[in-house]
Design a protein around this ligand. Sequence first.
Ligand code: FES
Ligand SMILES: [Fe+2]
Length: 372
Amino acid sequence: MSEAVQTMLQTNADAARETEREADPGFLWDFWYPAVRSTEITGRKLATAMLLEVPLVLGRTSDAKAFALRDSCPHRGMPLSYGRLDGQVVECCYHGWRFDACSGRCVEIPSLTSQDKLKVERIFAGHYPCAERDGYVWVYMNEPGTRLPETIPVAPALPVFSGKYKITHLACELPSHIDHGIIGLMDPAHGPFVHQSWFWRSRHSIHEKEKQFEPIPNGFRMSKHSPSTNSAPYQLLKKMTGEPVTTTIDFVLPNQRLEEIHSGKLWFSSRATVTPVRRDLCRIDFVAAWNVAFLPVPIFRMFGKTFLRQDQATMIRQAEGLKHNPQLMLIDDADRPAKWYFALKANLIESRRTGTPMVHPMAGPVTLRWRS
Ligand code: FES
Ligand SMILES: [Fe+2]
């Protein structure tokens, strides 16, 4: 191997190690994360995103396949997003090195002469598996410095229950570490204080609740139940179908909260993911689908945005407090889901480290009681 290549590879290896050393130990690698909406990569446009502190450039090849590369040219680190996409190839804006968009393989270095022996095809830009589902481009984030596994699980899809349905997407950023973002999402006790709205509930509607939970692979489920009667939308649904309303809520690692509501033939399905962008920033991507005729998309979006803004405003304030590294506590039973989350995460990391099966923190069904 020529000295030039060696130096280059060395620098890349150092860069990979650097990332590895610096990566937040709280990040869960080897999972799919939503990077951008599908509509952000049209034509020859290149979009950027950051997932788990890895800068990405995303686009779509001329045959409509979404791709994600590390937004850094392996030559001298120029963000590839400043370059241009030409069908199948991304060209760096600095010295014009060209990379196959899907594999990251270098296909041309314009400065080379016929005398040069450099094996261009051995040079790669970092590249990540991509899949499109429910209007998102998902990226499989394997840990820096590791190889992709032989088989990659399929990217998550929102469960839907009929051929025709309405679907809508919302997003908001939280200035928080992923763990605070996630436990904020599953926290049942903030509702009466944060989500007071005339259309939903008032602070005075607080009452005792008892919910059954059960373990599921990589997560836990609030077992199928009839949702609380203090919420007008549920009452309306019940009136429409004359059948009971049931809800199931799942949390699944690394970051998904899935909710299904059914009443007769009517259904509503939603998923919120909290994705780490950086260690101090995460993003909620919320997608909902339903076949309930009385719920028009604009009305739902108005309610949904209100909810998300309430959570966002709360977490902006909480971030002020967390800057000073306070001691925190998790109490029973309202914070038990948060405890399960931390245990699931720790047990998953441990099982990956030791190569042994993951121990689930719940031995079986559990009943939790709290007031909200
Ligand atoms: S930095 Fe990209 S080609 Fe030189
Ligand atoms: Fe909330």
